[in-house]
Design a protein around this ligand. Structure first.
Ligand code: UDP
Length: 438
């Protein structure tokens, strides 16, 4: 077959975490629907989890141009790959996986008579070194960032924040307005910057890690373009700021919603597109079916947050005292110590009005008519999913982009409440007053 007549062949390499993998699968499926050939590269760890808990194989069987490849992330299988140990994953990808990635690109393994050789790579921008490897073998790269444009813009402005003396943090006033981020004047306070910006020391290792990696974040010239899972109606002003540095910026989000609508237009739509790394507990949908409209607060802190037991207990008191019904995702290993010896009033209140699962089909939950609010960490995928379903949020941010996102949810988009730095049962209780169906 004349290979020139075949569709473009894109190699996609997501950051091996739930949020980025989820978003990148949606982009892959959209590209498959447009006739592209895709090789999707997963780490062995993520692949194993997806084989157990998702329907990727049956779903992508419908696309003959789709193929999966796997690569090692260099960590032992029992490594947590979350919370404080997340940096191990980033280091291992950079040092170990990139050597394997180069071998894969040069091995000829990705070629076949039925596909063109790889014509382009779409890789997560957190792995900027993938760009060097790809450029080394003459392949163009387009970066994808799966967090918000507003947080990306804060990263762009880190040097300005240091130049202006706003980092390191001096004094005690976390409410001090930040002045050196164009487009965010007037509403961003120091407490709304990513948590590592609270350092009092310019030699702080985390701050320096971000500064060292800044070229990977901001030098869009290394890649041929930048794809963001966001949309102009939501983040237009900040996207304009980033476009001044990255003219080839594609704001193609919200991917989950575009995919849903594209699939609805198919003759035999497969609407269930789970990319979950944990088993989705469908019993929560049956439970939601028995609840009145807009009466349930859905609670989930995503796939990476690991919180102290005291914070869980404080939030739990708020959920029980509020008198509303709640569906709570408590992911395995998401509490820093065992959730044992729970006060009896919490167990009783949960039996009466709550439902706890280890992992939920979140998109389906947020689209359920019984759900009237979302207590979340402000992760970007969760935020977009909530925005699209019109579910008001209350944000308890943990790290990365979540401190910035939660401020935007509250102060800019007016779509919810930001309770950062105040883990207070009373705030959670009061959320119930806003849930319509009570
Ligand atoms: N998610 C899910 N079930 C759950 C909790 C989360 O399917 O019980 C999904 C959620 O829909 C989202 C992703 O996991 O797509 C979490 O990504 P996000 O960016 O919100 O947060 P992160 O996990 O990266 O902190």
């Amino acid at each position: 077959m004349d290979q020139e007549t075949l569709p473009p062949h894109v190699l996609m390499f997501p950051l091996p975490l739930q949020g980025p993998v989820n978003a990148m699968f949606k982009l892959a499926e959209l590209l498959c629907l447009s006739g592209f050939h895709i090789t999707f590269l997963l780490t062995d760890h993520i692949h194993t989890q997806l084989l157990k808990y998702s329907n990727i194989h049956s779903r992508f069987n419908a696309y003959p141009g789709f193929r999966l490849e796997t690569i090692s992330d260099g960590l032992p299988e029992n490594h947590p790959r979350s919370g404080a140990e997340l940096m191990d994953l980033f280091n291992s990808l950079k040092i170990k996986t990139m050597i394997l990635f180069k071998d894969l690109l040069t091995s000829g393994k990705l070629n076949s008579d039925l596909r063109r050789p790889v014509t382009c790579i779409i890789a997560d921008g957190s792995m900027g070194y993938a760009c060097d490897v790809a450029n080394g073998v003459g392949l163009p790269v387009i970066y994808v960032r799966t967090f918000s444009a507003c947080c990306l813009w804060v990263f762009f402005c880190l040097p300005k924040l240091i130049e202006s003396g706003e980092i390191p943090f001096v004094g005690n006033d976390l409410d001090r307005p930040i002045k050196s981020i164009p487009g965010m004047e007037g509403f961003i306070r120091h407490r709304d910057l990513p948590i590592f910006c609270r350092t009092r020391n310019l030699s702080d290792p985390i701050l320096n890690l971000y500064l060292q990696n800044l070229p990977e974040i901001t030098e869009c010239s290394r890649a041929h373009g930048l794809i963001l899972n966001t949309f102009d109606a939501l983040e237009g002003p900040i996207l304009d700021q980033i476009r001044a540095f990255c003219p080839n910026l594609y704001s193609v989000g919200p991917l989950h919603s575009h995919l849903k609508h594209q699939l609805l237009g198919q003759s035999s739509p497969s609407l269930s597109s789970s990319n979950s790394l944990w088993k989705e507990d469908m019993s929560c949908i049956t439970w939601l079916d028995s609840q009145p409209p807009n009466s349930v607060l859905y609670v989930s802190f995503g796939s990476l947050a690991v919180m102290p037991k005291e914070q869980y207990i404080e939030l739990w008191h708020g959920l029980v005292n509020g008198g509303f019904h709640f569906l709570w995702v408590i992911r395995p290993n998401s509490v820093a110590s065992d959730l044992t010896n729970i006060p009896s009033e919490l167990s009783k209140g949960t039996e009466e009005r709550g439902f706890i699962v280890e992992w939920a089909p979140q998109e389906e939950v947020l689209a359920h008519k019984a759900v009237g609010g979302f207590l979340a960490h402000g992760g970007w995928n969760s935020t977009l999913e909530s925005v699209i379903e019109g579910v008001p949020m209350i944000c308890w941010p943990y790290f990365l982009d979540q401190q910035v996102n939660s401020r935007y949810v509250d102060e800019v988009w007016k779509l919810g409440r930001d309770m950062k730095d105040t883990c207070d049962r009373v705030i959670v209780e009061k959320v119930g007053e806003r849930i319509d169906g009570r």
